[in-house]
Structures are given as structure tokens and as C-alpha cells.
Design a protein. Structure first.
Length: 118
């Protein structure tokens, strides 16, 4: 399994951004895929995940409706729509995938940088 993220950028506070993660290899509907983030000096934090087969999504506590995860099964792609970005959202965002319906973490992408200027 390989994961490739894209969409990271430098944006101003209040802006929106959409991240994409394309999976290749044995990814199928039995997998979950999702996003984690890590800012310098901080631990990796769970952002959102989605079960590819059923589309059930779940989010980290801090998201509070600002982010939405979605998937396109035909493209093995998950998206993270981020709205009303704040400076504390600045981090490297990592795509993850895993077998089953738990938190994905068997496979990781290289990360994409999101920087929010205030």
C-alpha cells in the first residue's frame, strides 16, 4: 500500500483548504483511511477517518464541525475539507490507512504541509 497526499499550502486564517490522499495497492472497501497531523514539538494528533466501505466518518474532538472527510472509492482517494482554518491548524498532515474499521495506522503517507498565517 502506498499513500500520496497533496493539497497542503500556505493560507491565511479563515481560509479553506482541501487535502487529498490517493491510495494504491491492496486498498479496498474493507479499509479505513484518515488523517493525522503533527505540529513541531507536539505529538501526532488524530484528525478524521472514514470507513471506505460504508462511509462512516469520525473526527478528533478539536474538529468541531470545521473539517469534513469524504472518500471516492473508485479513485481510492480520501479528502479532507478544512474550513475556517486557524493558526493552530498549522501542521504536517499525514494520510493513514488500515485494514478494518479502527483508527487507520498500518500505512502512512509522507505528509503535506499546511501553514495558516494569522
Amino acid at each position: 500500500v502506498q499513500l500520496k497526499e497533496s493539497g497542503g499550502a500556505l493560507v491565511q486564517a479563515g481560509a479553506s483548504l482541501r487535502l487529498s490522499c490517493v491510495g494504491s495497492g491492496e486498498i479496498n472497501s474493507t479499509f479505513s483511511m484518515g488523517w493525522f497531523r503533527q505540529a513541531p514539538g507536539k505529538e501526532r494528533q488524530f484528525v478524521a477517518a472514514i470507513i471506505l466501505g460504508g462511509g462512516r466518518a469520525y473526527y478528533g474532538d478539536f474538529v468541531k464541525g470545521r473539517f469534513t472527510i469524504s472518500r471516492d472509492l473508485a479513485k481510492n482517494t480520501v479528502y479532507l475539507q478544512m474550513n475556517t482554518l486557524q493558526s493552530e491548524d498549522s501542521a504536517t498532515y499525514y494520510c493513514a490507512a488500515g485494514k478494518g474499521w479502527g483508527l487507520p495506522g498500518d500505512y502512512w503517507g509522507q505528509g503535506t504541509q499546511v501553514t495558516v498565517s494569522s
